[in-house]
Design a protein around this ligand. Structure first.
Ligand SMILES: [Cu+2]
Length: 335
């Protein structure tokens, strides 16, 4: 048996065991829910199934009610990664740019009582992620966070065993209802981003400086796509500007671009700070272009911008190293 077959067999076995352990009431519930085992599942964000550029940055649903001792799981569909992180009283999430130490998991050692930190780690991260599971030792309201997306805050309301809880199906249905609104919001923002003609400024030498937007954000989504850029002329310039609330890069060089966003070269301006000239062969990187975050109160636009001159005709492909898995990339075509 290869490892995939072994894993599939193990999963099937788990499903059988879970079903067997669920008791009488579960058979009716199982028929009504998309999760055959009846496991109560919260979705930790997800990308629009119709457009992977749109990342929904919310727990779906935001609030869930379970009983003491009952298992709840969080599913990481991605590709945009998230964390499920519970902090003890008095400890707040770090700012997203200081969250790296929390990319590694801190699993629970037993039913969670709220007195410690438990953390899924950043998932998915280079491979499909297993769900994060947790049960609770005592009744109460437990708040949790995604440490890289400050707008992602969820609540688990834990009631005494035997109290009224959400069914698995109710959790899914409520998540779907919330999701529908967020998708509408994200799709409208994407249409606006890619539909807008880019700002262009003509210089006295006849060249043009074009502005390319690095993504855009709404209260519940990130649009992980670059703004539109028509074909330009050699001698023109392109200024990338980040008006979104997520960090981005524009990284040129194809296979030379680091694939791991925690690679130090991913976040560094290479070969140096703005402005730089593009060429067809080197790894050339804006490095991390900071977001306009908190929304509208980020650093000045000059700090959130990076300009390239394009001295030669050609086709220059680029990606955002943080969001390449969500399809964030583009091309500068100069004639
Ligand atoms: Cu990005």
């Amino acid at each position: 048996m290869n490892s995939t077959a072994r894993r599939t067999a193990a999963l099937a076995l788990t499903a059988v065991l879970v079903l067997a352990g669920c008791g009488k009431s579960s058979s009716k519930q199982a028929a009504a829910t998309p999760t055959p085992s009846g496991v109560k599942t919260v979705r930790a964000g997800l990308n629009d199934p119709k457009d992977q550029n749109i990342a929904v940055l919310q727990f779906l649903p935001a609030a869930t009610t379970v009983a003491v001792g009952e298992k709840l799981e969080w599913k990481f569909t991605g590709p945009e990664p998230h964390t499920v992180t519970f902090f003890p009283p008095g400890q707040n999430p770090p700012s997203p740019d200081k969250a790296d130490p929390l990319f590694a998991p801190t699993p629970a050692t037993g039913p969670y009582d709220g007195s410690t930190m438990v953390n899924s780690g950043l998932l998915p991260f280079g491979a499909p992620a297993a769900p994060f599971e947790l049960s609770f030792a005592k009744a109460g309201a437990y708040t949790y966070h995604c440490v890289i997306h400050p707008q992602m805050v969820g609540t688990v309301n834990v009631v005494a065993a035997g109290g009224a809880t959400d069914t698995a199906a109710a959790i899914t249905t409520r998540g779907d209802t919330e999701l529908a609104g967020f998708l509408t919001e994200g799709r409208a923002a994407k249409a606006q981003l890619v539909g807008a003609a880019p700002k262009q400024v003509k210089a006295s030498d006849g060249s043009t400086t074009w502005t390319v937007e690095m993504g855009t954000s709404t209260p519940h989504t990130d649009v992980l796509a670059f703004g539109q850029l028509p074909d330009i002329k050699r001698g023109d310039k392109v200024t990338f500007v980040n008006n979104s609330t997520a960090p981005h890069t524009a990284s040129f060089g194809g296979s030379k671009v680091p694939t791991n966003p925690t690679d130090p070269n991913a976040t560094k301006a290479i070969p140096g700070k703005s402005p730089q000239a593009l060429n067809a062969s080197d790894f050339i990187n804006t490095g991390l272009v900071p977001p306009n975050a908190p929304p509208g109160a980020g650093p000045p636009e000059a700090v959130r911008s990076f300009t390239f001159s394009v001295p030669n005709a050609g086709s220059y492909s680029y990606v955002c190293v943080f969001h390449v898995t969500s399809g964030m990339g583009g091309v500068i075509k100069a004639a």
